[in-house]
Design a binder for this molecule. Structure first.
Ligand code: B4P
Length: 197
């Protein structure tokens, strides 16, 4: 018997901190009519509203550490459930660990769907630091305020997150894009990949 699919398009937008994930997701969600879930934004919303989740997340984010997997996974699952019936999702900042990637696959499978692609923004470390320090001048984000915290975030990326490139490459789902250039040019590069899915 053939499996029925919902024809959802689900994209993981990937890259180190400051690569432009949030910036690009805002364009792509409109263009492809997808629900954008940024785990960083959800945590910041909870911090602003002083929820228990926010207070917990803040203790990690302020140091440039990752929030523990189970907390992040539970939150992500709830955000997806809130949007049942969507055409698909852009996951921005999730998954960031192997455990998160596995749980996302399971979540999609339960919906008779799948992750179609990981689209990665490739940017050199020094450019990342420069961008985040610049954002820190106005964003009020505690994790952008200090170079040592920014460097710790990049370190966390290399030790815990970068390995996910292999996870998706093994499934022929990894697509890397040059993340340096104008925001518009980078949107075109990403769209070229997504249009082929
Ligand atoms: P995020 O909110 O995901 O923070 P980020 O990695 O800095 O976001 P992003 O990469 O989207 O920034 P953007 O490029 O848009 O995470 C923050 C923290 O939350 C993490 O450190 C962690 O503690 C926690 N967290 C989140 N998800 C988690 C998870 N799954 N598991 C555990 N913990 C989690 O912006 C960067 C800057 O570059 C902006 O100022 C932008 O204007 C600029 N920019 C963008 N494109 C540009 C371009 N083309 N040229 C020049 N500048 C550009």
């Amino acid at each position: 018997q053939l499996k029925t699919t919902q024809h959802m398009t689900n994209i993981v937008l990937f890259g180190p901190p400051g690569a432009g994930k949030g910036t690009q997701a805002n364009f792509l969600k409109e263009k492809y009519d997808l629900i954008h879930i940024s785990t960083g934004d959800v945590f910041r919303f909870n911090i602003k509203n002083e929820t228990a989740l926010g207070m917990l997340a803040k203790s990690f984010m302020d140091k440039g550490e990752l929030v523990p997997d189970q907390v992040t996974i539970d939150m992500l699952n709830k955000e997806v459930e809130k949007n049942a019936g969507a055409n698909g999702f852009i996951f921005d900042g999730f998954p960031r660990t192997n455990a998160q990637a596995k749980s996302l696959d399971k979540l999609m499978e339960d919906k008779d769907s799948q992750i179609d692609a990981m689209v990665a923004l490739e940017v050199d470390d020094e450019v990342l630091v420069e961008r985040l320090l610049k954002r820190g001048e106005t964003s009020g984000r505690t994790d952008d305020a200090d170079e040592s915290i920014i460097r710790n975030r990049i370190k966390q990326y290399y030790t815990k997150t970068a390995i996910l490139k292999d996870y998706y490459t093994d499934q022929n789902k990894y697509f890397g894009v040059d993340g340096v250039g104008s925001v518009e040019d980078i949107t075109v590069r990403l769209s070229t990949v997504i249009d082929k899915l």
